[in-house]
Design a protein around this ligand. Sequence first.
Ligand code: CA
Length: 422
Amino acid sequence: MSDSSIPTLSTWVEVPKNSDFTIYNLPFGVFKNKKLNPRIGIAIGDKIVDLSILDQEGFFSSLFLPEGVFIKDSLNDLISLGKAQTKKIRERVQQLLLAENGELRDHSARGKVMVNRKEAEMLMPVKIGDYTDFYSSIEHATNVGKMFRDPENALLPNWKHLPVGYHGRASSIVVSGTPIHRPKGQFKDPDMEKPAFGPSRRLDFELELAFITGRSTKLGDSVEADEAEDYIFGFVLFNDWSARDIQAWEYVPLGPFLGKNFGSSISPWVVTLEALEPFRVQGPLQEPEVLDYLKCKGTHSFDINLEVYIQPEGKKSSKVCSSNFKYMYWNIAQQLAHHTVNGCNINVGDLMASGTISGSAEDSFGSMLELSWKGTKPVKLEDGEERKFIEDGDTVIMKGFAEREGIRVGFGEVSSQILPAK
Ligand code: CA
Protein backbone atom coordinates (compact mmCIF):
# COMPACT_ATOMS: atom_id res chain seq x y z
CA MET A 1 0.00 0.00 0.00
CA SER A 2 1.07 3.56 -0.61
CA ASP A 3 2.01 4.32 3.02
CA SER A 4 4.71 1.63 3.14
CA SER A 5 7.89 1.63 1.11
CA ILE A 6 8.31 -0.76 -1.79
CA PRO A 7 10.81 -3.58 -1.22
CA THR A 8 13.75 -3.24 -3.61
CA LEU A 9 14.10 -5.97 -6.24
CA SER A 10 16.82 -6.39 -8.83
CA THR A 11 16.90 -8.59 -11.89
CA TRP A 12 19.55 -10.23 -14.07
CA VAL A 13 17.69 -8.96 -17.15
CA GLU A 14 19.03 -5.69 -18.52
CA VAL A 15 16.22 -3.16 -18.08
CA PRO A 16 16.82 0.23 -19.72
CA LYS A 17 16.42 3.30 -17.53
CA ASN A 18 12.82 4.59 -17.65
CA SER A 19 11.53 1.30 -19.03
CA ASP A 20 7.87 0.75 -18.22
CA PHE A 21 8.51 -2.96 -17.99
CA THR A 22 10.46 -3.35 -14.77
CA ILE A 23 10.72 -6.35 -12.45
CA TYR A 24 7.87 -4.72 -10.46
CA ASN A 25 5.48 -4.69 -13.43
CA LEU A 26 5.53 -7.95 -15.44
CA PRO A 27 2.40 -7.40 -17.57
CA PHE A 28 0.81 -10.18 -19.63
CA GLY A 29 0.41 -10.00 -23.42
CA VAL A 30 -0.06 -12.13 -26.53
CA PHE A 31 2.63 -12.09 -29.22
CA LYS A 32 3.99 -13.89 -32.24
CA ASN A 33 7.02 -13.48 -34.45
CA LYS A 34 8.40 -14.92 -37.70
CA LYS A 35 9.17 -18.23 -36.03
CA LEU A 36 6.66 -18.46 -33.21
CA ASN A 37 2.88 -18.88 -33.41
CA PRO A 38 0.69 -16.81 -31.06
CA ARG A 39 1.49 -17.35 -27.42
CA ILE A 40 1.43 -15.64 -24.05
CA GLY A 41 4.35 -13.70 -22.64
CA ILE A 42 5.36 -11.34 -19.87
CA ALA A 43 7.31 -8.19 -20.70
CA ILE A 44 10.53 -7.19 -18.95
CA GLY A 45 12.82 -4.48 -20.33
CA ASP A 46 13.28 -5.07 -24.06
CA LYS A 47 12.44 -8.77 -23.71
CA ILE A 48 9.39 -10.98 -23.57
CA VAL A 49 9.43 -14.02 -21.33
CA ASP A 50 7.84 -16.80 -23.43
CA LEU A 51 5.66 -18.48 -20.81
CA SER A 52 5.00 -21.50 -23.02
CA ILE A 53 8.69 -22.40 -23.08
CA LEU A 54 8.99 -21.86 -19.34
CA ASP A 55 6.06 -24.23 -18.95
CA GLN A 56 7.54 -26.85 -21.30
CA GLU A 57 10.78 -26.72 -19.36
CA GLY A 58 8.92 -27.48 -16.13
CA PHE A 59 9.32 -24.12 -14.39
CA PHE A 60 5.63 -24.06 -13.42
CA SER A 61 5.38 -27.72 -12.38
CA SER A 62 4.27 -26.88 -8.84
CA LEU A 63 1.25 -24.96 -10.17
CA PHE A 64 -0.35 -27.89 -12.06
CA LEU A 65 -1.48 -25.73 -14.98
CA PRO A 66 -3.64 -27.13 -17.81
CA GLU A 67 -1.55 -28.31 -20.76
CA GLY A 68 -0.87 -25.67 -23.42
CA VAL A 69 -2.44 -22.84 -21.40
CA PHE A 70 0.17 -20.40 -22.75
CA ILE A 71 -0.10 -21.44 -26.44
CA LYS A 72 -3.17 -19.31 -27.00
CA ASP A 73 -4.10 -16.31 -29.09
CA SER A 74 -5.74 -14.54 -26.14
CA LEU A 75 -5.39 -14.31 -22.37
CA ASN A 76 -9.00 -15.38 -21.73
CA ASP A 77 -8.31 -19.01 -20.75
CA LEU A 78 -5.37 -17.99 -18.61
CA ILE A 79 -7.40 -15.30 -16.84
CA SER A 80 -10.19 -17.87 -16.33
CA LEU A 81 -7.86 -19.91 -14.11
CA GLY A 82 -8.57 -17.27 -11.47
CA LYS A 83 -6.61 -14.58 -9.72
CA ALA A 84 -5.02 -17.03 -7.25
CA GLN A 85 -3.36 -18.90 -10.15
CA THR A 86 -2.45 -15.94 -12.36
CA LYS A 87 -0.95 -14.22 -9.32
CA LYS A 88 1.21 -17.30 -8.66
CA ILE A 89 2.33 -17.41 -12.32
CA ARG A 90 3.40 -13.77 -12.21
CA GLU A 91 5.13 -14.24 -8.84
CA ARG A 92 6.97 -17.31 -10.14
CA VAL A 93 8.21 -15.35 -13.16
CA GLN A 94 9.30 -12.51 -10.87
CA GLN A 95 11.20 -14.99 -8.72
CA LEU A 96 12.92 -16.51 -11.78
CA LEU A 97 14.05 -13.07 -12.96
CA LEU A 98 15.57 -11.98 -9.64
CA ALA A 99 19.27 -11.22 -9.78
CA GLU A 100 20.11 -13.82 -7.15
CA ASN A 101 18.10 -16.62 -8.81
CA GLY A 102 20.13 -18.84 -11.15
CA GLU A 103 17.32 -21.27 -12.15
CA LEU A 104 16.54 -19.60 -15.48
CA ARG A 105 19.56 -17.29 -15.70
CA ASP A 106 21.94 -20.28 -15.86
CA HIS A 107 19.57 -22.66 -17.68
CA SER A 108 20.26 -23.88 -21.23
CA ALA A 109 16.71 -22.82 -22.31
CA ARG A 110 17.28 -19.19 -21.32
CA GLY A 111 17.92 -18.09 -24.94
CA LYS A 112 14.64 -19.63 -26.09
CA VAL A 113 12.64 -18.24 -23.18
CA MET A 114 13.79 -14.62 -23.60
CA VAL A 115 12.39 -13.26 -26.89
CA ASN A 116 13.33 -9.82 -28.26
CA ARG A 117 10.38 -7.46 -27.95
CA LYS A 118 11.47 -5.59 -31.11
CA GLU A 119 11.04 -8.70 -33.23
CA ALA A 120 7.63 -9.58 -31.82
CA GLU A 121 4.26 -8.57 -33.14
CA MET A 122 1.81 -7.83 -30.35
CA LEU A 123 -1.72 -9.16 -30.81
CA MET A 124 -5.03 -8.27 -29.16
CA PRO A 125 -4.41 -9.46 -25.59
CA VAL A 126 -8.01 -10.41 -24.87
CA LYS A 127 -11.06 -11.57 -26.80
CA ILE A 128 -13.38 -8.88 -25.55
CA GLY A 129 -16.92 -10.08 -24.97
CA ASP A 130 -18.62 -6.88 -23.95
CA TYR A 131 -17.39 -3.33 -23.77
CA THR A 132 -18.76 -0.67 -21.43
CA ASP A 133 -17.67 2.94 -21.39
CA PHE A 134 -18.10 5.04 -18.28
CA TYR A 135 -18.04 8.82 -17.99
CA SER A 136 -16.34 9.10 -14.64
CA SER A 137 -14.14 12.20 -14.80
CA ILE A 138 -15.87 15.17 -13.22
CA GLU A 139 -13.58 17.58 -15.07
CA HIS A 140 -14.41 16.00 -18.45
CA ALA A 141 -18.15 15.82 -17.78
CA THR A 142 -18.10 19.45 -16.57
CA ASN A 143 -16.17 20.65 -19.63
CA VAL A 144 -18.53 18.88 -22.04
CA GLY A 145 -21.57 20.15 -20.11
CA LYS A 146 -20.25 23.72 -20.28
CA MET A 147 -19.65 23.49 -24.03
CA PHE A 148 -22.87 21.80 -25.08
CA ARG A 149 -25.39 22.71 -22.40
CA ASP A 150 -25.39 25.20 -19.59
CA PRO A 151 -22.12 26.58 -18.14
CA GLU A 152 -23.97 27.24 -14.85
CA ASN A 153 -25.34 23.69 -14.57
CA ALA A 154 -22.71 21.74 -16.45
CA LEU A 155 -23.30 18.43 -14.62
CA LEU A 156 -26.64 16.72 -15.10
CA PRO A 157 -28.54 16.00 -11.84
CA ASN A 158 -27.70 12.26 -11.83
CA TRP A 159 -23.94 12.63 -12.33
CA LYS A 160 -22.79 12.69 -8.68
CA HIS A 161 -25.20 9.91 -7.70
CA LEU A 162 -24.17 7.17 -10.12
CA PRO A 163 -21.28 6.36 -12.47
CA VAL A 164 -22.86 7.20 -15.84
CA GLY A 165 -22.00 4.74 -18.62
CA TYR A 166 -23.18 3.18 -21.88
CA HIS A 167 -22.68 -0.08 -23.73
CA GLY A 168 -20.14 0.25 -26.51
CA ARG A 169 -19.17 -2.11 -29.31
CA ALA A 170 -16.47 -4.78 -28.83
CA SER A 171 -16.01 -5.78 -32.50
CA SER A 172 -14.12 -2.62 -33.43
CA ILE A 173 -11.64 -2.58 -30.52
CA VAL A 174 -8.18 -3.06 -32.01
CA VAL A 175 -4.64 -3.37 -30.71
CA SER A 176 -2.06 -0.56 -30.82
CA GLY A 177 -0.53 -0.15 -34.28
CA THR A 178 -3.76 -0.86 -36.18
CA PRO A 179 -4.62 2.15 -38.38
CA ILE A 180 -8.17 3.54 -38.27
CA HIS A 181 -9.95 5.01 -41.28
CA ARG A 182 -11.69 8.32 -40.73
CA PRO A 183 -15.36 7.45 -40.28
CA LYS A 184 -18.10 8.76 -42.56
CA GLY A 185 -21.52 9.66 -41.33
CA GLN A 186 -24.33 12.15 -40.95
CA PHE A 187 -23.83 15.47 -39.28
CA LYS A 188 -25.77 18.66 -38.90
CA ASP A 189 -23.95 21.62 -37.42
CA PRO A 190 -26.09 24.33 -35.75
CA ASP A 191 -25.59 26.58 -38.81
CA MET A 192 -26.72 23.90 -41.31
CA GLU A 193 -30.29 23.80 -42.53
CA LYS A 194 -30.35 20.04 -43.08
CA PRO A 195 -28.05 17.12 -42.34
CA ALA A 196 -25.18 16.21 -44.68
CA PHE A 197 -23.14 13.04 -45.18
CA GLY A 198 -19.38 12.72 -45.50
CA PRO A 199 -16.09 12.04 -43.69
CA SER A 200 -16.11 13.31 -40.11
CA ARG A 201 -14.64 16.81 -39.84
CA ARG A 202 -14.17 16.64 -36.10
CA LEU A 203 -12.33 13.43 -35.35
CA ASP A 204 -11.09 13.19 -31.78
CA PHE A 205 -9.33 10.89 -29.34
CA GLU A 206 -10.38 10.15 -25.77
CA LEU A 207 -7.67 9.41 -23.20
CA GLU A 208 -8.89 6.53 -21.05
CA LEU A 209 -7.78 3.53 -19.02
CA ALA A 210 -9.81 0.35 -19.20
CA PHE A 211 -9.99 -2.64 -16.89
CA ILE A 212 -10.44 -6.22 -17.99
CA THR A 213 -12.69 -8.42 -15.91
CA GLY A 214 -11.19 -11.63 -14.58
CA ARG A 215 -14.23 -13.44 -13.22
CA SER A 216 -17.74 -14.12 -14.47
CA THR A 217 -21.02 -13.68 -12.63
CA LYS A 218 -24.40 -15.34 -13.10
CA LEU A 219 -27.32 -13.42 -14.53
CA GLY A 220 -29.18 -11.91 -11.59
CA ASP A 221 -26.14 -11.68 -9.32
CA SER A 222 -24.41 -8.47 -8.27
CA VAL A 223 -20.83 -7.68 -7.31
CA GLU A 224 -20.45 -5.78 -4.02
CA ALA A 225 -18.23 -2.70 -4.18
CA ASP A 226 -15.92 -4.17 -1.52
CA GLU A 227 -15.43 -7.37 -3.57
CA ALA A 228 -15.25 -5.69 -6.96
CA GLU A 229 -11.47 -5.82 -7.27
CA ASP A 230 -11.55 -9.64 -7.05
CA TYR A 231 -13.28 -9.43 -10.46
CA ILE A 232 -10.65 -7.19 -12.07
CA PHE A 233 -7.63 -8.76 -13.77
CA GLY A 234 -5.76 -5.74 -15.04
CA PHE A 235 -5.63 -2.55 -17.08
CA VAL A 236 -4.79 -1.30 -20.57
CA LEU A 237 -4.55 2.17 -22.09
CA PHE A 238 -7.61 2.94 -24.14
CA ASN A 239 -8.09 5.46 -26.95
CA ASP A 240 -11.81 5.77 -27.52
CA TRP A 241 -11.87 7.42 -30.97
CA SER A 242 -14.83 9.77 -31.34
CA ALA A 243 -16.34 11.66 -34.28
CA ARG A 244 -17.72 14.74 -32.57
CA ASP A 245 -19.84 16.00 -35.47
CA ILE A 246 -21.54 12.62 -35.99
CA GLN A 247 -21.94 12.21 -32.22
CA ALA A 248 -23.51 15.65 -31.68
CA TRP A 249 -26.24 14.99 -34.27
CA GLU A 250 -27.08 11.36 -33.47
CA TYR A 251 -26.84 11.09 -29.68
CA VAL A 252 -30.28 12.30 -28.62
CA PRO A 253 -32.05 10.51 -26.98
CA LEU A 254 -30.24 7.16 -26.74
CA GLY A 255 -26.59 8.21 -26.53
CA PRO A 256 -23.45 7.47 -28.56
CA PHE A 257 -23.68 5.22 -31.65
CA LEU A 258 -21.82 5.65 -34.98
CA GLY A 259 -19.77 8.55 -33.65
CA LYS A 260 -18.03 6.02 -31.39
CA ASN A 261 -18.26 2.48 -32.75
CA PHE A 262 -15.91 2.80 -35.75
CA GLY A 263 -12.83 2.06 -33.63
CA SER A 264 -11.17 2.09 -30.22
CA SER A 265 -7.51 1.23 -29.66
CA ILE A 266 -5.89 -0.55 -26.71
CA SER A 267 -2.31 -1.08 -25.54
CA PRO A 268 -1.14 -4.70 -25.86
CA TRP A 269 0.26 -5.31 -22.37
CA VAL A 270 -2.21 -5.93 -19.56
CA VAL A 271 -0.84 -4.46 -16.33
CA THR A 272 -2.19 -6.45 -13.39
CA LEU A 273 -3.94 -4.98 -10.41
CA GLU A 274 -1.17 -6.55 -8.27
CA ALA A 275 1.51 -4.51 -10.09
CA LEU A 276 -0.42 -1.31 -9.37
CA GLU A 277 -0.77 -1.98 -5.61
CA PRO A 278 2.01 0.44 -4.54
CA PHE A 279 0.35 3.29 -6.43
CA ARG A 280 -3.01 3.35 -4.68
CA VAL A 281 -4.16 6.80 -3.59
CA GLN A 282 -7.23 8.35 -2.04
CA GLY A 283 -9.78 9.40 -4.67
CA PRO A 284 -11.56 12.77 -4.74
CA LEU A 285 -14.07 13.49 -1.96
CA GLN A 286 -17.56 12.44 -3.05
CA GLU A 287 -20.15 15.00 -2.07
CA PRO A 288 -23.11 14.41 -1.72
CA GLU A 289 -22.66 11.06 -0.01
CA VAL A 290 -23.28 8.13 -2.34
CA LEU A 291 -25.92 5.43 -1.80
CA ASP A 292 -24.85 2.44 0.31
CA TYR A 293 -24.23 0.05 -2.59
CA LEU A 294 -21.61 2.46 -3.97
CA LYS A 295 -19.73 2.82 -0.68
CA CYS A 296 -16.44 0.97 -0.36
CA LYS A 297 -13.65 0.60 2.17
CA GLY A 298 -10.03 1.31 1.36
CA THR A 299 -8.56 3.17 -1.59
CA HIS A 300 -9.46 2.26 -5.15
CA SER A 301 -7.83 5.10 -7.06
CA PHE A 302 -4.37 4.89 -8.62
CA ASP A 303 -1.69 7.48 -9.27
CA ILE A 304 -0.96 6.80 -12.95
CA ASN A 305 0.51 9.54 -15.15
CA LEU A 306 -1.11 9.70 -18.57
CA GLU A 307 0.14 11.50 -21.66
CA VAL A 308 -1.09 12.09 -25.19
CA TYR A 309 1.12 12.92 -28.18
CA ILE A 310 0.14 13.88 -31.73
CA GLN A 311 2.53 13.07 -34.54
CA PRO A 312 1.64 14.53 -37.94
CA GLU A 313 2.84 12.33 -40.81
CA GLY A 314 6.61 12.64 -41.32
CA LYS A 315 6.99 15.11 -38.45
CA LYS A 316 7.98 15.23 -34.79
CA SER A 317 5.50 14.24 -32.12
CA SER A 318 4.20 16.84 -29.67
CA LYS A 319 2.82 16.24 -26.21
CA VAL A 320 -0.65 17.77 -26.03
CA CYS A 321 -1.92 16.42 -22.70
CA SER A 322 -0.64 15.35 -19.27
CA SER A 323 -3.33 13.88 -17.08
CA ASN A 324 -3.62 11.34 -14.25
CA PHE A 325 -5.92 8.41 -13.49
CA LYS A 326 -6.22 9.61 -9.86
CA TYR A 327 -8.49 12.47 -10.95
CA MET A 328 -11.37 10.05 -11.62
CA TYR A 329 -14.39 10.88 -9.46
CA TRP A 330 -15.88 7.37 -9.63
CA ASN A 331 -13.49 4.49 -8.92
CA ILE A 332 -13.31 1.02 -10.49
CA ALA A 333 -15.01 -0.71 -7.54
CA GLN A 334 -17.96 1.65 -7.75
CA GLN A 335 -18.15 1.26 -11.52
CA LEU A 336 -18.35 -2.54 -11.33
CA ALA A 337 -20.77 -2.50 -8.37
CA HIS A 338 -23.05 -0.14 -10.25
CA HIS A 339 -22.78 -2.11 -13.51
CA THR A 340 -23.98 -5.32 -11.83
CA VAL A 341 -26.35 -3.95 -9.17
CA ASN A 342 -29.35 -4.69 -11.40
CA GLY A 343 -28.25 -8.29 -12.00
CA CYS A 344 -26.40 -7.68 -15.29
CA ASN A 345 -23.87 -10.52 -15.61
CA ILE A 346 -20.24 -10.04 -16.61
CA ASN A 347 -17.82 -12.48 -18.27
CA VAL A 348 -14.08 -12.97 -18.19
CA GLY A 349 -12.61 -10.64 -20.79
CA ASP A 350 -15.14 -7.83 -20.63
CA LEU A 351 -13.60 -4.41 -21.04
CA MET A 352 -14.73 -1.45 -18.96
CA ALA A 353 -13.33 1.91 -19.87
CA SER A 354 -13.04 4.86 -17.50
CA GLY A 355 -14.30 7.58 -19.77
CA THR A 356 -12.10 10.47 -20.84
CA ILE A 357 -9.66 11.35 -18.06
CA SER A 358 -9.28 15.09 -17.73
CA GLY A 359 -7.74 17.06 -14.89
CA SER A 360 -8.45 20.65 -13.90
CA ALA A 361 -5.47 22.25 -15.71
CA GLU A 362 -6.00 23.18 -19.35
CA ASP A 363 -3.13 20.98 -20.49
CA SER A 364 -4.61 17.97 -18.67
CA PHE A 365 -7.77 17.70 -20.77
CA GLY A 366 -8.07 14.24 -22.31
CA SER A 367 -9.64 15.08 -25.70
CA MET A 368 -9.16 17.59 -28.51
CA LEU A 369 -12.75 18.73 -27.94
CA GLU A 370 -11.62 20.11 -24.58
CA LEU A 371 -8.01 21.01 -25.47
CA SER A 372 -9.15 23.15 -28.43
CA TRP A 373 -12.36 24.09 -26.60
CA LYS A 374 -14.71 22.93 -29.36
CA GLY A 375 -12.28 24.06 -32.04
CA THR A 376 -12.08 27.69 -30.85
CA LYS A 377 -8.49 27.45 -29.53
CA PRO A 378 -6.15 25.57 -31.89
CA VAL A 379 -3.50 23.49 -30.11
CA LYS A 380 0.07 24.40 -31.10
CA LEU A 381 2.36 21.54 -32.14
CA GLU A 382 6.07 21.44 -32.95
CA ASP A 383 7.16 22.26 -36.52
CA GLY A 384 4.64 25.13 -36.67
CA GLU A 385 1.65 22.82 -36.99
CA GLU A 386 -1.59 23.33 -35.11
CA ARG A 387 -4.66 21.19 -34.59
CA LYS A 388 -8.29 21.67 -33.62
CA PHE A 389 -9.05 18.00 -34.23
CA ILE A 390 -7.18 15.01 -35.68
CA GLU A 391 -6.17 15.13 -39.35
CA ASP A 392 -5.51 12.34 -41.86
CA GLY A 393 -2.02 10.91 -41.43
CA ASP A 394 -1.79 11.94 -37.76
CA THR A 395 -0.69 9.31 -35.28
CA VAL A 396 -2.06 9.63 -31.75
CA ILE A 397 0.12 8.09 -29.05
CA MET A 398 -0.98 7.58 -25.45
CA LYS A 399 1.40 6.61 -22.67
CA GLY A 400 0.83 5.76 -19.04
CA PHE A 401 3.11 5.04 -16.10
CA ALA A 402 3.10 5.02 -12.32
CA GLU A 403 6.27 6.02 -10.48
CA ARG A 404 7.17 6.10 -6.78
CA GLU A 405 10.52 6.00 -4.95
CA GLY A 406 12.21 5.56 -8.34
CA ILE A 407 10.12 2.46 -9.07
CA ARG A 408 8.22 2.49 -12.33
CA VAL A 409 5.31 0.44 -13.56
CA GLY A 410 4.05 1.47 -17.00
CA PHE A 411 1.79 0.50 -19.84
CA GLY A 412 4.03 1.18 -22.83
CA GLU A 413 1.81 2.90 -25.35
CA VAL A 414 -1.23 2.73 -27.55
CA SER A 415 -0.45 4.29 -30.89
CA SER A 416 -2.62 4.47 -33.99
CA GLN A 417 -2.65 6.40 -37.21
CA ILE A 418 -5.69 7.94 -38.84
CA LEU A 419 -6.04 7.13 -42.54
CA PRO A 420 -8.32 8.99 -44.96
CA ALA A 421 -11.96 7.90 -45.16
CA LYS A 422 -12.54 4.81 -47.32
CA1 CA B 1 -15.28 7.34 -24.09
